[in-house]
Each structure stands twice: as C-alpha cells, then as structure tokens.
Design a protein around this ligand. Structure first.
Ligand code: FNR
Length: 377
C-alpha cells in the first residue's frame, strides 16, 4: 500500500506482519514468557495523564534536541535491534538512510546483519550513530570490533547492553525455528557482508535469539567490565537495560566514562514482569533525581504514539527509542517504511506539544503530566 495511507504505527505493524516471512515475524514480535513486560511497556504510558495549558502561542513547534552534545532533528532514535535484513534487504543501512532524512539517531546492534562500516558508509556529516556491544566470552572478538568502531567517525558512543546476560525465553521465536527448512538469511546476507561477530542464524535451532546470544559473556560486573571497556575505547559509554533507581545511581557514580543510561527492559524480551522504563524513570525522580544532572537518561520500550514520547521527555528522558516500530517500518516498506514511521512519530509528537502549549523539547517538564494513576499501582 502507499505509505501515506498508513496513519499510525499499528497500521505499519499490520502491513509488516503480512509482508515479512514467518521467521522474521516471530523473532521481531517475540517477547519473554507470557509477554507481560511487553504489554506493561505501552500500558504504562496510557496511565499517565497529560495536563495541557491553553492560551499559548504554539507556532512554530521545534523538535530539535541534543544527545551528548550532538544536535538531533528530533529526540527519537532507533534502538539497537539485531538482524534487520531478516525483514527487508535494505537492512540497517536502510534504517540509516531513513534516519538521515530526519536527523534521527541510530544505535547499531552488535548483531546487525550488515557491517558497521556498511551501515555508516553514506552518513551525513552531522549524522549521529551509537554502536551497541554484547561483550563476548571470547573478549578478543569484542576488542577487534571496538578497534573497528573507534575508527568510524560517525559513531559517537558505545552502548553496553546489560539486561540480557542470557536471552529471555521467547517462545514465538523458539517455535518458529522449526518452521520450514530454509531460513531467509543466507541468500540475503552474503558472506563477508555481515558484521564479523554476528552468528549465522540460518541454522538457528531453538530460535534466532538463542543462536545470537550463544557467545555472549554472562559474567560482566561494574568492577571488571567498565575498566576493560574504557581500555579499548575513548568513546563515551552508555549503559543499556537499567531497570531500578539503584542501578541508575550506580551508573551515575561511573562518570566520566559513563555518560548516559538507557532505561529499558529490552522490549519485554529479557526478564518477564520486569518494569517498563517509565516506572524506572519515576523511581529515579523520586529517590535520586541528581542522576539527571550527572548523566543523560534515555528510555525505550512500547513507544506507539507521539504522546508516549512527550510523556517520557516530560519525565526527564533526553531521547526516546523505538525498536520493533523501526523493524516493522522496514518490513512494511523498506527505507520509505522507516521514513513513514519516523514521520508519524514526529508529527504526533509535534501535535501533542502544540496541544500541551509547549513550543520546544526543552520546554517539556513534569508540570505537564499527572502520574497519580501510575503511582497508585
Ligand atoms: C532488540 N533489542 C536489542 N537490544 C540490544 O541492546 N541489542 C540487540 O541486538 C537487540 N536486538 C533486538 C532485536 C529485536 C528484534 C527487538 C524487537 C529488540 C531491544 C531493543 O534495543 C529495544 O530495547 C526494544 O526493542 C524496545 O522496545 P520496543 O520499541 O520494541 O517496544
């Protein structure tokens, strides 16, 4: 269908569901156990009530913002998600192309289906990328990747994912590893075109997720791993997958290397019934608000509407990530599908800001929301 006929993220997911193959669908859609966290992620935004102010000029409305001192066209980024080429041959480079049109940031997965060099090849001079690391049991492999990343000017920071020392139990993904003999990846990803360390998922028995996690080191600690990482890169470090105010506070003690944290439950794909990022954001506001002064805080999980984005920004998030929504965009229409996803979110966020009576991202704050319903839970 023409992309303009898709009006919201649900429309895009519906088209993608029909277009991507069953294995890709199962891997993208899947979440752990009974998928409670995946459900909480979006519901958490719905129980936050907006407090619009009136009689205010809301023209123009400006989404420009910054992350770690880099200018962005909007405070929305594409979260690291493995294997974009399972869903569409344009893959992660296609996502990069769409992000370029909007000044949106992209975090490249450790398990991308293209090399980081390929993904940033046509980067605009001011385009911002992060690169996400799963530390490998064979540390040499991660060190080799970091050496490559350090050479790529477009990559501005390293994201170290911590919420999945082992993958969650994703039954949709596991079930579909038994579907059909042929997996789509080998024909789409030619030898030498995938990022070095991404395992071959063509023979993925037990699910794509499990196969991808096979070499991941589950022994990481604050004491051992941060110094190791700082030895292998001078890039700022962002810790991903924090889910409590205690860990957010601990991260804030590790400046100057750690410059940011991503509150995330991995899209509900790691520990089921783990909290949605907005709950963690509320905890930090309550117990250790000084964290916001020391490091930048980003959130992802369950973003479906511009109002979700505006609420996270009101609560102190510096930027908001989309995982599946970008993959569904890619699956629905390649580069144009991701563009459509970003356009919808950008338009909806602007509409929300205008109706709240706020002209700029910096103008959003806690005075525009009522979290009583959330706190009663
Ligand atoms: C992910 N996510 C993820 N995170 C990460 O740090 N490294 C990775 O390789 C992946 N891979 C991945 C694959 C797929 C198919 C999905 C859906 C997710 C988690 C991702 O970065 C993000 O936290 C969530 O996707 C956010 O939730 P939503 O937007 O999908 O609801």
């Amino acid at each position: 269908p023409p992309m303009e006929s898709l009006l919201n993220l649900d429309d895009i997911e519906e088209v993608a569901t029909k277009q991507v193959n069953q294995k890709a669908w199962a891997y993208y859609y899947s979440a752990s156990d009974d998928k409670f966290s995946k459900k909480f992620n979006n519901e958490a935004y719905r129980s936050i009530i907006l407090r619009p102010r009136v009689f205010r000029n809301c023209e123009p409305c400006d989404l420009s913002s910054t992350v770690l001192g880099h200018d962005l066209g909007m405070p929305i980024y594409v979260s690291p998600a493995a294997m974009a080429r399972l869903g569409h041959p344009a893959g992660e480079a296609g996502i990069a192309e769409a992000c370029r049109s909007f000044g949106a940031m992209q975090i490249i997965s450790n398990n991308a289906s293209m090399t980081p060099e390929q993904i940033v090849k046509d980067a605009a001079p001011d385009q911002v990328f992060g690169w996400q690391l799963y530390v490998q049991i064979d540390r040499k492999k991660s060190e080799t990747m970091l050496a490559r990343i350090n050479k790529l000017k477009a990559i501005k920071f390293i994201v170290l994912t911590l919420d999945a020392p082992v993958p969650g139990k994703r039954e949709d993904d596991e079930r579909n590893s038994f579907v059909g003999a042929s997996a789509p990846v080998p024909s789409e990803v030619k030898e030498g075109e995938k990022s070095n360390e991404t395992p071959d998922v063509s023979q993925a028995s037990g699910g794509v997720g499990k196969t991808l996690f096979a070499g991941t080191d589950p022994t990481l600690t604050w004491q051992e791993t941060l110094p190791w990482l700082a030895k292998h890169t001078d890039l700022p470090i962002v810790l991903k997958g924090l889910q409590t105010h205690e860990d957010a506070y601990l991260a804030s003690l590790h400046t100057p290397q750690v410059k940011g944290i991503i509150l995330s439950n991995h899209g509900g794909r790691a520990l089921d019934t783990a909290p949605p990022a907005v709950h963690t954001l509320l905890e930090i506001r309550k117990y250790c608000p000084e964290v916001f002064d020391k490091i930048e805080v980003y959130v992802d999980g369950g973003i479906r509407r511009g109002t979700d984005i505006a609420k996270a920004l009101c609560l102190g998030a510096k930027a908001v990530g989309i995982g599946r929504a970008a993959l569904w965009g890619l699956g629905a229409g390649g580069v144009d599908g991701v563009r459509r996803t970003l356009q919808i979110l950008s338009d909806e966020t602007k509409t929300c800001m205008r109706l709240l009576g706020v002209e700029t991202v910096d103008g959003l704050g806690p005075q525009y929301i009522n979290t009583r319903m959330t706190e009663q839970q």
